[in-house]
Ligand binder design. Structure first.
Ligand SMILES: *[C@@H]1O[C@H](CO)[C@@H](O)[C@H](O)[C@H]1NC(C)=O
Ligand SMILES: *[C@@H]1O[C@H](CO)[C@@H](O)[C@H](O)[C@H]1NC(C)=O
Length: 423
């Protein structure tokens, strides 16, 4: 080879190599803009994270998927439950839709329960399913701060950035749980009747059984129910062979809760007998998910100071209340948004008011995750801004956060003054 040829060869090969290098670099730069900064950090220096349990029944697949996209954030954890009355096909299609979202596939933080529970209306199978979900979430993810229960008919009124930002200033031991021990009419209709939930025993029957007798409300513990307060004065019915210890009271309230990790560990890991003892009793109580956590928390010394008496949901009830609140529609939009809470219920599937929330608050495109500070993709009408992402540990509150912050501040002032706590 002559000197000239060698020189040409060197030139071409170095040009080829730099081209190759550029190509590899651009590919890695392209993918690293997605992967490199996306490690989720937990701990007090980072915003809190939420473990969502979203449940529904047959035909709720689309509503659950829409709700998931509306509350999605890579830092959070999600467990979706379509109860046993829904078909396996519906469950598979939900899982398919979830996996088709690029961010969800990449962060792997959404699961669909494969072995569903049979849920009976008003029966304790609902409570059992919620405890099971909390147990799964505790085991699967060591990082989350609060557990949030939602149903397919719920929808958020703030973004996840708003929620995480405002909750950054909240003590991580606090529990948002609407409760009272003034049981009122609920005592005879809810606490005293003895029921058996066939869902717990996997029976094919779809309604709870009512026993012919009622049992006295136990004075073993204090009950707390939604909007109500009584002193309970008899022994736990089911405590015949269990040591029930001192006096407790029954407390009840909204089944929609935001519970701290530490409280759920107390309920589920079982180093103390008390949550288990109460569970045996509430197994046979109507709508036990409206009173179980409430009664445990108000009777446990180490947790009774941690209750903030609000479920942070917007609902409109009839007077006297029916079993479920009104379906909200566009006429309710203004009041709903001014309420300054985190979620609202309940909604008909694809009601226009949900589109309004998507457009005005969540800035969410059709079938796309609600964008947050983590989304770095371009925002055009044909692209998904959340198909690319940057640092997911940074949150950026929007205009709705201000109102929500005020609500939380007022609740915390109330909590500090010890008004409205467990009595
Ligand atoms: C709860 O509040 C009561 C009343 O202020 C106080 O005496 C008690 O020490 C508090 N308990 C805990 C665990 O903070
Ligand atoms: C919303 O629902 C209420 C009843 O709950 C009804 O009176 C009102 O007309 C509804 N508004 C719209 C826009 O559908």
């Amino acid at each position: 080879m002559g000197a000239k040829k060698r020189w040409l060869f060197t030139l071409f090969s170095s040009a080829f190599l730099s081209l190759l290098f550029l190509l590899v670099y651009s590919i890695s730069a392209f993918s690293s803009s997605k992967q490199f900064p996306s490690i989720v950090h937990h701990g007090t220096h980072y915003p809190p994270t939420f473990a969502y349990y979203i449940s529904g029944g047959r035909g709720d697949k689309d509503q659950i998927f829409r709700l998931l996209l509306a509350v999605y954030h890579p830092r959070n954890r999600y467990l979706l439950h379509l109860s046993a009355e829904a078909s396996d096909e519906e469950r598979m299609r939900l899982a398919g839709a979830v996996n088709a979202v690029p961010a969800i596939r990449s962060f792997g933080n959404v699961d669909v329960i494969g072995k569903p529970s049979r849920l009976t209306y008003m029966g304790s199978s609902n409570l059992a399913a919620m405890l099971r979900a909390a147990a799964i979430l505790l085991r699967m993810d060591a990082g989350w701060t609060w557990f949030v229960s939602l149903s397919a008919t719920d929808y958020p009124l703030i973004t996840q950035d708003d929620l995480a930002h405002v909750f950054s200033c909240v003590s991580r031991d606090l529990n948002f749980i609407d409760h009272t021990s003034d049981l009122g009419w609920k005592e005879s209709q809810r606490i005293q009747p003895i029921i058996v939930d066939p869902g717990i025993y996997l029976a094919r029957r779809s309604q709870i059984f009512h026993a012919t007798e009622k049992r006295p409300t136990p004075d073993g513990f204090k009950h707390a129910v939604h909007g109500t307060k009584i002193k309970v004065t008899h022994m736990l019915y089911f405590c015949v062979n269990v040591t029930c210890g001192d006096s407790y009271s029954t407390t009840a309230g909204s089944p929609w809760v935001i519970l701290s990790r530490s409280f759920l560990e107390f309920c589920i890991l079982g180093w103390d007998n008390f949550p288990r003892t109460l569970l045996m009793y509430f197994n046979n109580v109507v709508l036990s998910e409206e009173s179980y956590f409430h009664s445990v928390i108000c009777n446990a010394q180490e947790f009774k100071n941690t209750t903030v008496n609000s479920d942070l949901r917007y609902m409109i009830w009839d007077n006297p209340p029916k079993m479920e609140p009104h379906f909200l529609n566009t006429s309710d939009y203004d009041l709903m948004v001014q309420s300054g809470v985190a979620f609202a219920r309940q909604f008909q599937r694809d009601d226009p008011v949900l589109d309004k929330v998507d457009e005005k608050i969540l800035k969410r495109g059709h079938k796309l995750a609600a964008p947050g500070a983590w989304c770095t993709g371009r925002r055009t009408w044909w692209t998904d801004p959340c198909s690319q992402w940057g640092d997911v540990n940074v949150v950026k509150p929007g205009p709705q956060a201000k109102k929500f912050e005020e609500t939380i501040k007022n609740l915390l002032d109330e909590w500090n003054s010890q008004m409205n706590q467990c009595k």
